[in-house]
Design a protein around this ligand. Sequence first.
Ligand code: 3H9
Length: 704
Amino acid sequence: MGNINAVVNYETTDGGAIAIIAMDNPPVNALSHALRSGLVAAIEKARDSDAVKAVMLIGTARAFSAGADISEFGTPRQPPSLIDVVALLDAMAKPVIAAISGLALGGGFELALGCHYRVAAPGSRVGLPEVKLGLLPGAGGTQRLPRLVGAEAAAQIIVSGDPVPAAKALAMGALDAVLEGDFRAAALDFTREVMKAGGKPPRVRDRDDKLAAAKADPSVIDRAVAKQLQRLRGLPAPKACVDAVRAAVTMPFEEGQKKELALFMGLLGSPESKAQRHVFFAEREAAKLPDMPADTKEKPIARAVVIGAGTMGGGIAMCFANAGIPVRVIETEQAALTRGLDRVAENYRIAISRGSLSQAEMDKRMAQISGTIDFGAVAEGDLVIEAVFEEMDLKRRVFAEIDRLAKQGALLASNTSTLDINEIAAATKRPEDVLGMHFFSPANVMRLLEIVRARKTSYAALATALGIGRRIGKVTSVVGVCDGFVGNRMLARRTTQAEMLLLEGALPWDVDAAVLAFGFPMGPFAMGDLAGLDVGWRIRKARGVTAEISDTLCEAGRFGQKTGAGYYRYEKGSRTPMPDPEVEKIILAASEKRGITRRPIGAAEITERMIYPMINEGARILEERMAMRASDIDIIWIYGYGWPVWRGGPMFYADQVGLPQIRDRLAQYAATSPDKTLKPAPLLEKLAASGQGFAALPVQTIAV
Ligand code: 3H9
């Protein structure tokens, strides 16, 4: 509790010569109205005191400040604004030193840029991540950072939104010093030095030495971020970031700041930013289980065991090794184990060749992974994850063995993507310890982890899975036991429609182009080729179902990229999908065989049929209480399937389109389609009729 207000404290030291303004607005010093007001009062107090000769602004060990309070966006603006606070700092006639420990992000870093000096603790990070919220830094960041680090480097930092470690920020010129030892004491010493040196405090806005190159040729800025912009495919925020940085070079400071604010306000009202802000909070909500008793204790996890060294098992093992958790990989045969571990090493080597990993780091990670063909090693694990072939009998046998060998209290997880976790848990005498941990391929890359709650899963098991998910850097969501869980169950609806579109008149490249234009990184057919068509073919055969075109391709040995042909053909050594007349022939023959008269299908219909049936399935999932929140489904699709973040996820998107429109279009398609799942789900009907959206639904517990 501060003495200025609840979140700001003011004290003096050195006989009153140094004022220390401390921010403490847990957890991360978001610049809420209270914090901004407290800062203004404290800065004015220091300004107006004759005794005070210098000011140190400091946060907590975790965060100097994580920026503007995102939850305030979209609500009426209450003065003082962050711009006012920064202007007050900037105009101080006494030197102000920002003492940064932990994070200084967004508006938090802008606050520091408004100070006259910036010092940081060694592990801290600074950055302007606004672009990830569909925004740009709106409190002077785009005008001040270029003046410290140059316009090209500033544009790269602002367009990427990635935080910069203190040492690098120092080398670039964004910081004045990185201070070892007791940080508060060291920052105070720095403040004393500045005070002793005297002179007019240097304002970042007055500098322009670092802008010389861009002033001579502003196009250097565009060149510096050309690759990043290409990847971001015409989104408004990254482009506005560049425009704002350009203004720092071509306009005087005041005008540049006006331009920045105008661009910021434009983005704040954009649908993309609204969606990205939704995702920010949705991601954090998804990791919470509201019905979990507050006193639930996580089980300590010091060592993991992964059963199966296939692609999934190896990828899962990498997740633990990357997080510094020792992991044992168990296989039945030495050859398979060696193959699996070689694949892991190969993945790391690829990362080294791309420059994203050092050899020393690879060695460290590989040292965390050890393989064995002794199933008895199950006993070593605090967490055992089974990643064997998708076959119920096999999984049941494996779990019975795990039950016999595993430590009491160990968390037992299956990585199944299709099978009933209740049945798997029933193979043990401790179903309370069993749940699903559904990783997405490649497991070491994809951020999503579906945690499947079975009938008897205990809260302690769920808490442990959520905790370990966070430790290994995953975005988690608890889901219920149903066919395909949440993500794949919705995907199945899209897959059915994709195949039907081909039969009715579209070609794979038409469908992929529409899905790509919607914002996915890949269309369903290119994706199928990448994953391998044989996987689905085998599952279909086992289940006795068919998918005419895909089956025909597989029968012709076209399994996708790995065989150089699938829905597309691939030149040797290339991953670029090329339309293939052979495939067109197969598709035309399939339509004819079914007696379907092909018709031209426009991009708008393709897009609707790729997206709306998934939303419909999402509604059924919510109705059956297989997901806790509509926003959890959004997170699953964003982090597991590449749904464009700026469209906020399928259920958020549905609310933006309007549920009556989705209901009506689905009903139209259902009227002429053999796919009965297109019929609008009762929950969709109900919400559409009452004028509500999915966002209005209360959080619910998973049905077990
Ligand atoms: C901005 O600054 C605009 C300005 O340029 C211009 C203004 C005019 N606001 O992520 P965690 C909450 S835009 C509100 O779990 P971590 C978060 O929701 C802002 N709340 O912890 C969570 O709440 P809960 C630019 C925030 O250690 C709790 O804090 N800044 C904010 O894994 C803990 O968060 C950013 O974009 C916020 N700014 O990661 C930074 N930040 O416990 C956004 C956090 O109820 N924040 N919360 O679920 C982050 O990237 C991460 O939260 C951070 C900590 C890295 C800071």
